[in-house]
Write a protein that binds this ligand. Structure first.
Ligand code: SDX
Length: 436
């Protein structure tokens, strides 16, 4: 952080003494006002529910420019990574700060591949769930359960332990997601195969059965790998902030990641891809393109509580660059499968066009986000809708771990402990039961 030669001066109309606050500049993006001494010097807190104007940390991992619709992982534009790299190269970049060379890539792939199996005991956790349990409920349980297997071998203050925990989590998430899926459809679990790519292994664990050889479709495997890359990290979003806050207590990293899985499940966050596809399905059922106008009217009516899922973003006030890349992937996959007339994809593009021309959305800078097209392409690949967010969690695990390790590796980090504006009852006396 570079101190700015500009200072912020806080003055109070009640005659309290002024206070100077230092301003820091980052490499790119907004400056920050350092308020760490504010409470100590003024007895006042800042107030920012939802953290609209709050930087919770400094980070070197991911940068978003919401106005330009830019996303950089360690400085590399997502558009370049999605085309020139695969997901494991992106994982290496997010974890270690640089893209791997050929031998580093091979060694990293070898390490991840050799940690893809999970302890056989994990099957007994699955058996505790109903077969129709939502995969995100199962994933929250399974990821948390991993902490029971590695509790003694994870000293988060030991960089080697942090590194092996990262490898284990990246390696095991596809296995766990596939197990969660197989459990819900009553099929046997498929073990990982070490001669397959990361995405190819996942597709085989998801769709193979013991009855015949599984032949992966290279276009679908590549699309799955790109979906992982597009979801890998995204600055201090709700689930990443959850992982940082949870991890700041010094808890087991598997437990902290389980907290991230739980937060991602929400429809305002990672659950939006499932909600967006269900929304498209409902519009399709109620008349399709002709009924879009009626649906948009509902969305604009505040009392309806209806939102255009897959649209809008706290940071992007322009097109989410991931949505553009996801739409391209949609085209590729649907063409490869001969589904270019997929009604839901055509409906989504009509809905996007209408929304982008509608004053309500334009005024509020509401554009498609990563979740708007991801459901359509996952559905085309054969992923069941309830599994979409579990795949988002699979892909985001590397981002959560990289952000957690960056925090733990910062000697200045402290346990996160926000304060509040108390608006409840001041002290009062308990009356005996007979007098209440
Ligand atoms: C992800 O943070 C991240 O980076 C998240 C993520 C990541 O990679 O980690 O990018 C992944 O979570 C993407 C977002 C997925 N969620 C959705 O698609 C759900 C639908 N979107 C909304 O719920 C909403 O846009 C949020 C939650 C994403 C953002 O909400 P904000 O920033 O709190 O904005 P807001 O709710 O204050 O909305 C501002 C205005 C409001 O109208 P007014 O009160 O000003 O009249 O826009 C309206 C909102 O009602 N609005 C929408 C809308 N989103 C916002 N109206 C209709 N449909 C929408 N989708």
């Amino acid at each position: 952080m570079t101190p700015s030669d500009v200072k912020a001066t806080l003055s109070f109309s009640d005659g309290s003494p002024n206070m100077e606050l230092p301003i820091y500049k980052g490499t790119i993006g907004p400056d920050v006002i350092d308020i760490r001494k504010l409470y100590g010097q003024t007895g006042k807190f800042t107030y920012d529910p939802g953290f609209l104007s709050t930087a919770s940390c400094n980070s070197t991992i991911t940068y978003i420019d919401g106005d330009k619709g830019e996303l950089l992982y360690r400085g590399y534009p997502i558009e370049q990574l999605a085309v020139n790299c695969d997901y494991l190269e992106t994982c290496y970049l997010l974890l270690y700060g640089e893209l791997p060379n050929a031998s580093q890539k091979q060694e990293f792939e070898h390490r991840v591949t050799n940690h893809t199996m999970v302890n056989e005991q994990m099957q007994f956790f699955l058996r505790g769930f109903r077969r129709d349990a939502h995969p995100m409920a199962v994933m929250t349980g399974l990821v948390g359960a991993l902490s029971a297997f590695y509790h003694d071998s994870t000293d988060i203050n030991n960089p080697e332990h942090r590194d092996i925990a990262a490898i284990r989590l990246i390696a095991k998430m596809p296995t766990l997601v596939a197990m969660a899926y197989k459990y819900t459809i009553g099929q046997p679990y498929i073990y990982p195969k070490n001669d397959l790519s990361y995405a190819g292994n996942f597709m085989r664990m998801m769709f193979a059965t013991p009855c015949e050889e599984y032949k992966p479709n290279d276009v679908l495997v590549r699309a799955m790998d790109r979906i992982f890359t597009l979801h890998a990290d995204h600055e201090q979003n709700a689930s990443t902030s959850t992982v940082r806050l949870c991890g700041s207590s010094g808890t087991n990293p598997f437990a902290a990641i389980a907290a991230g899985v739980a937060c991602l499940w929400g429809p305002a966050h990672g659950g939006a891809n499932e909600a967006a596809l269900n929304m498209l399905g409902d519009i399709q059922k109620n008349g399709g393109v002709e009924k879009i106008g009626e649906f948009i009217k509902q969305v604009k009516d505040k009392n309806s509580g209806v939102k255009l899922m897959g649209f809008g973003h706290r940071v992007y006030k322009n097109y989410d660059p991931r949505a553009k890349l996801m739409r391209e992937t949609c085209h590729e996959v649907l063409d490869a499968l001969g589904l270019h007339d997929d009604p839901l994809f055509k409906l989504a593009m009509s809905l996007e066009k209408i929304a982008l021309e509608d004053e309500y959305f334009v005024a509020r800078k509401l554009y498609p986000n990563v979740d708007f097209y991801s459901g359509i392409v996952q559905r085309a690949i054969g992923i069941p809708v309830p599994l979409f967010t579990a795949i988002f969690a699979l892909a985001r695990t590397v981002g959560w771990i990289a952000q957690l390790n960056e925090m733990i590796g910062d000697p200045e980090y402290k346990i996160g402990r926000p304060r509040q504006l108390f608006v409840g009852s001041a002290a009062r006396t308990v009356k005996p039961l007979g007098e209440r």
